[in-house]
Ligand binder design. Structure first.
Ligand SMILES: [Ca+2]
Length: 169
């Protein structure tokens, strides 16, 4: 008995899977060694001038805490992508008192609607490279939360690798 061609009902799911894999820009990948770090209680400790490497994953915030000594007047976070994929990181920085120094609306990428206090600034020297500077008026633990917003056409939760460094200019 000759083989009959596969029916459209059989080939359609396979075709969709192949299309998804072909178009997969940011397929699901394993998490980084910093996890779990989704909350302030589980935050990764940052040390000024010492870079850490992490993975920004859509729907999976990464939280960091850095202790700032007295006498500092500003704190800068440098985040550099280590891949050429599309990126849409947004940031949230909180003062030791709980006051918000920087936040961005969910889905605000590419940084169209930031909320800032004082002289906080975000610059993007090149695609995938961010420099967020916030004013400092007290010593203590400052927190940074990174959220990858992803893009509307992502088929999977998007992720990309980064290097993060806190600096006191
Ligand atoms: Ca995380």
């Amino acid at each position: 008995m000759p083989n009959s061609p596969p029916s459209p009902a059989t080939t359609r799911p396979l075709a969709l899977l192949l299309l998804a894999l072909t178009a997969c820009n940011g397929c699901p990948r394993s998490e980084d060694a910093l996890e779990p770090n989704d909350t302030l209680e589980a935050a990764t400790r940052l040390h000024v001038g010492v870079p850490v490497e992490g993975r920004a994953v859509q729907h999976n915030p990464d939280v960091f805490v850095v202790t700032v000594p007295s006498g500092s007047t500003s704190l800068a976070f440098h985040l550099d992508s280590r891949s050429d994929d599309e990126r849409c990181a947004t940031f949230h920085v909180v003062h030791p008192s709980g006051r918000i120094l920087w936040e961005e609306d969910e889905g605000s990428c590419p940084h169209g609607r930031p909320h800032r206090v004082g002289e906080a600034t975000l610059t993007i020297p090149r695609e995938g490279s961010y420099r967020l500077t916030v004013p400092i008026d007290a010593p203590g633990d400052y927190s940074l939360r990174i959220d990858e917003q992803g893009q509307a056409d992502n088929l999977f939760w998007f992720s990309w690798d980064y290097r993060l460094t806190a600096q006191i200019p």
